[in-house]
Design a protein around this ligand. Structure first.
Ligand SMILES: C[S@@+](CC[C@H](N)C(=O)[O-])C[C@H]1O[C@@H](n2cnc3c(N)ncnc32)[C@H](O)[C@@H]1O
Length: 465
């Protein structure tokens, strides 16, 4: 059988590694028969490596090849496209071993082809039609670190039987990872591999578990690459720039940003209480809404202003660097008095899921000295985390408690995403009841009893109210 002809050539300088590579290769080849093919596993000598030695990954493997007349080469490669070798940096077509210019060798994928009978009927038919000999040849391919995928490198290096996660989120040129404890001894190697294998990534950071509780930015440990933390990203066609180590940015929120911004119309008034660097405010301003955007973090505030300029919407966005409550009771209250007399739709966005519900009480009696009206009452889009079995009901209950008014049947709840096992991010949307906004101090009531959470309908896709 073709596989029995496998031989390993050993370059002198990496002899020791490749001896173990040979043993490992045989093991891998044996495993191929029953398990998922592991033909490309790197030499076992790399296991436990903490500082990346790329040469140690070099090995020679034997792959099947077909000798194909040059005249029909392209047609044959096309017909065999499911069976040709697929490896980063490894060519599919090489010179004939005898140097015969009339032929080339087409390299096949050893995972799929162990003998000529591995080819499909259509492939075999194509070979006959193009006059290609059905005899498989051995071809020795030198595989290096560059030909391996990041998972293959990391699986070979990290302790066997433990989870190898090479997953990361990308923010511009920065890849950020969340390494587990057992991966930490290998953190710099992991960072280097991620950088090598992902074009455009020039910096890899690990999020430590400590999240700065006020500004929602993570402490970062630079694992590999440059220390430049100023990222340039595009989200939903809008450009943003910010220092990733000093502000909050989550690429997983792009759909949510888009969903909410699509609810706004030209001329609407949008108050973004926890605006970050502007992923609601800037696209809403581009849409023609008028924005009041606030963030307590001076660094977010700086980049928010920068992003307004970058997207040429600074005339549509007023920026503030205040605590959310001060923003609601200051600029928002002031504008609301005027806005409620007109026709403008008013929205308030509150994306600080760990705390935002607790800020809702700032709306109680906010306009107590104004004449009560029912029109254009602001629509609030408020985010919250929930660990309850019925997160929608939980969020409605907590929002009602904070407002001092029952919101059941006059709100909608949207599931945003699952952030951790048993922890969901939700968005509750409701019109601020006039009883809340215009209530006098003496009327402010706390819900006396804790009502049992009723099951709340949760909209998991589009939100139609
Ligand atoms: C979860 S981030 C959301 C940022 C942005 N809206 C987004 O969707 O990406 C919450 C933001 O609230 C800001 N923040 C935290 N506490 C605040 C407070 N008390 N008042 C105002 N902003 C606050 C943080 O600096 C952070 O930028």
């Amino acid at each position: 059988m073709w596989r029995n002809l496998t031989r390993i050539f050993v370059p002198a300088q990496t002899q020791r590694n490749l001896i173990s590579a040979a043993a490992h290769w045989r093991l891998c080849a044996t495993m191929n028969t029953e398990l998922e093919p592991k033909l490309y596993c790197p030499p076992s000598g790399v296991r436990g490596m903490t500082s990346l030695d790329k040469d140690a990954f070099t090995q020679t493997i034997t792959v099947p090849a077909l000798q194909v007349p040059t005249g029909v080469l392209n047609k044959v490669v096309k017909s065999l496209k499911k069976s040709t070798i697929q490896r980063p940096g490894v060519p599919k077509i090489v010179q004939d071993k005898e140097g015969n210019a009339d032929f080339r060798l087409v390299l096949l994928d050893p995972h799929r082809v162990s003998s000529i009978s591995s080819l499909s009927e259509a492939e075999a038919e194509a070979l006959r039609a193009f006059g290609v000999s059905e005899e498989l040849q051995d071809y020795e391919v030198k595989l290096t670190y560059d030909n391996l995928k990041s998972e293959e490198v990391l699986e070979a290096v990290l302790p066997q039987g433990q989870d190898v996660t090479s997953g990361f989120s990308r923010v511009g040129h920065i890849a950020h990872m969340n390494l587990r404890d057992h991966q930490l001894p290998f953190k710099n190697l992991i960072g280097q591999v991620i950088m090598d294998k992902n074009p455009g990534v020039t910096c890899v950071v690990n999020k430590t578990n400590i999240i700065d509780s006020t500004y929602r930015n993570f402490c970062m440990d630079v694992l590999a690459g440059e220390e430049n933390m100023v990222a340039k990203v595009k989200e939903n066609g809008v450009r943003y720039e910010f220092d990733f180590s000093r502000v909050y940015w989550n690429p997983r929120l792009s759909t949510e940003h888009q969903r909410v911004v699509q609810l706004f119309k030209r001329g609407d008034a949008v108050f973004d209480v926890f605006a970050g660097v502007g992923p609601f405010a800037v696209p809403a301003a581009r849409l023609g809404a008028n924005i009041w955007a606030n963030d307590l973090n001076p660094e977010s505030y700086k980049w928010l202003q920068h992003n307004c300029k970058l997207n040429k919407v600074e005339s549509k966005v007023q920026t503030f660097n205040l605590d959310g409550r001060a923003f609601i009771q200051g600029p928002l209250k002031q504008e609301l008095c005027t806005l409620l007399k007109g026709e403008t739709s008013v929205h308030v966005v509150m994306n600080l899921p760990a705390l935002a519900l607790e800020f809702l009480d700032a709306f109680r009696g906010l306009l107590q000295l104004e004449p009560a009206c029912e029109q254009n009452l602001p629509t609030v889009h408020c985010y919250a985390f929930s660990k309850e079995d019925d997160p929608a009901a939980d969020v409605v209950l907590r929002a009602s408690r904070s407002l001092g008014f029952p919101l059941e049947n006059q709100c909608s709840v949207h599931f945003v995403r699952n952030v951790a096992p048993n922890k969901d991010m939700m968005c509750i949307r409701f019109r601020i009841p006039k009883e809340v906004l215009f209530c006098r101090n003496e009327e402010k009531t706390e819900p006396t009893e804790e009502p049992a959470p009723k099951r709340q309908k949760c909209d998991k896709s589009t939100d139609s109210t």
